[in-house]
Design a protein around this ligand. Sequence first.
Ligand SMILES: [Zn+2]
Length: 970
Amino acid sequence: MTRLGSQGKEFPMMNLNETAARHGFCVDRVRESEELHGQMVEMHHKKTGAQLVWVDNGEVNKTFCVAFKTLPEDSTGVFHILEHSVLCGSAKYPVREPFVELMKSSMATFLNAMTFPDKTIYPVSSRNEQDFLNLTEVYLDAVFAPRILQDPNIFYQEGWHIELDENGAPLYKGVVFNEMKGAMSDVDEQIYQKTLDVLFPDNCYGWNSGGDPKHIPDLTYEQFLRMYHRYYHPSNARIFLDGAIPLDKVLTLAEEYLSCFDRLDEKHEIPMQKPFAAEAEQAYEIGAEEDTADKTMLTLAKIVAPWSDTVRITATEILFDVLTGSNDAPLKKALLATGKCQDVSMSLDNAMAQPYMMLTLRNIADGSEQELRQMIRDTVQQLVKTGLDKDALTASINSSEFAARQPGEPSGLLRCIHALDAWLYGGDPMQPLLSEERYQKLREMAAGDGFDRLMAELLLDESTMSIIRTVPSHTQGDELRAEETVRLQAIQASWTDADKEALRVQNEKLTAWQQTPDTAEQLATLPVLSLSEISADPLLIPAAEAQCGAAKVITHDLPMNGVTIMHWYISLTDFTLDELKCLSMVADLLGKLPTKRHDSLSLFQAIKRDIGKLTFQLRVMSRCAEMATPVLDVSCSVLDANVDKAAALVREILTETCFDDRARVQTLILQLSEMAKQKVISDGHRMAMYAASATMSAASAAREALNGLSACMVQKALAENFDAQYPDFLALCERFSKDSAVQSRVTFSLSTNKALDPAAILSAYPVGTPIPDAAPYVSDLPAKCAYRIPAQISFASLGYDYRRAGKVYSGIARVMSNILSLSYLWNEVRVQGGAYGAGLNTNETGRMVTYSYRDPSPARTLGINRSMSKGLRDFVAGDERIDKYIISTVGESEPPLGSENQILVSDENLLCGITPEDLCRERTEMLSTTKDALLKWCGVLDQMAQDGGVCVVGHDGAIAACEKEDLTVL
Ligand SMILES: [Zn+2]
């Protein structure tokens, strides 16, 4: 953590009052808080009523956020389109996309905007004070003086417009339109939206705040402007500051904008929805090759509490963990035991005025709904009678509290979002940030029968419970596409000649605007740091290496605040590529099956009770093109007092897991395979990147096998042919458990402030047989492949390894990637192609890979990927400055990391043989990159265009359109 301790002393109350008054603000309240490591200052702007909260905690990474309460009145996604649009130019910064310009030129550690069901927030953060002030000013100008008020092209580009294709057929285009088509391809997103629709018919939460693609085109530019004026106003604004910010300077900037407005009296209240019971049904798309039998998702939903009842809200989350946190948790176990459903999950959405719960049963057997609902009633009644297991409650409370106290990064932004959970509704912004008192009340509640009563209220009282059925369909996707075509054809048929001409002119103007680069004067309006303000030295995380018995040990000396973090990196080089594909499942089973000492429920509880966080992940370390080192990373964060218990549990899980519990393994594999299916749709760009690079190096082959489509396909095959394949799978699991967790294959990483001898932990493992440090892996995927998904959108990737073109790594490669991602690919693939995202990733391991995200036309994108050397040459010939890209490349290479991720990055560097000298050289290379030096990478980009691997993850139509690529469909 980069905290400097409380800075409260430097701003005594009187100075605060004076500073505030000088800028038209009035201080309302100042409170010290040990839990916040400082004080919270609340003020308001006298003229407009704008509210401001500052968490003055000395955090080096400074955060600014302006939030507006934005309450939808339909599903046109107006606030989502506004969120995108205000970042497309403003009065002081009349460039097409200041947001992108800032990504190119700033050291921002966070820079984005988000639309929620009842608010829109604009947060930025940076460690560099001048950079922080620059970002703050650009964001204030964006929200209070955007160019959208004068220029409808922004609305057409970000929202929607109609274009005619080469055959004269009309089609919708627009960034948000496409983004939401992608979002609505995800069955979980569909369940979420339908639940909101059913639960909240009478207030803003019933609408799709992101925008439903069916309704986005209902929005006119005039309506859009009206909503802007009503909601983007200081009287409806909340400004949140976090960290060691220069208050006087920030208030000067804020005042400059706020004082231009008069107070607006429209109060945006959210009427509370009266709870009731309802039923609804919707369809979701499944693949043509899948059977529709037994694939219905059943959701039970209800409103839980008003936002102010934080104890009940957190208690509900804990209750859900006790009831369904593992396959052996009582409610989930009872439901799975019926054999009538494949998976069960419970969740609570609390970022709103009326948090609500969902209990979702996945893939239920046709005709079994009543039986399953009766099973819920019976199980809960029985649990109410006997009372919930106290140990289970303690375990879940402990792990929830550990998570609440280790908020992760970006911590300033997370504090902002939490504060709004009360602040937005007129409550105390400090209340959601404090957890001590809440957890004390929860422990009292657990000691009595509070959780039993809560369970009865939430699950037995059906008078306010709604039921949502999400049923599979082979035709849903086609129907949606057909509906859209019919709608567009009707619109086209209604056009008069004048309409046609108007549209032609409108689109011509739009294209002209999109293709006109910003002038040098326009670009010069944006504040840019100078290269001299950038540190020539990278942030290095101290690490020491040693040998301990047959194991390697890495230690980190960092301030740890009473928490110990341990990693066991277990080498897997003795497994073949095919075996690696199965090992992803082995990692997912660890901790979820019984061991020789614990049944699976008591193991689950022991992990929750004694360990803060325990994960099993597969990673690949690489030092050269032909060889790679796949490892299982067992990562454990624990309070210092519980280190011994945690170490013993980890050893037990690694060496004594009962993989022969066949029934439990089968249930878990079915659930994993189902989750993998969803992941390919939501994370398609990652899958495409793994596959496109797989044939390029040993590390890429191993990475694909462990995390990519190959792993998903192996999971699917095992789920479908479990009886035939289980014996081989079991043999692999047992080999892993017998041979792998041994000293000679482990690198142990320890970060603690407690006096702790790693030998005490490692001596519990046998020495074992050493294996090679690295192994050669060759992918069996075709170099050019495609994977079909039932979705409205696609993903494309072109992958390469620059070492094939004889190039060695240089920091220049990162600058080049950044330039191509933020200029050429951004313009061609996102702005003009309508994909939600696009980029090129290059790193020190040789990997060079493009991606597109939620892409309407992957064939076109691949063509653009192949002309990146032209993009780079154009950049070199143009007059855009290179130093701003250097600044953002450096900024991007140093994201704010909590201690957990700092340790991981440092460990990975050590395991890949990247030295502090390498990192210093990389920094020097980045800082001294010239346009001429970039040209030397054009040849590599051309080689990549010619010899690179390709993968398209998408629907049939999108894959068919890539016929020239000659893709093998997997
Ligand atoms: Zn968006």
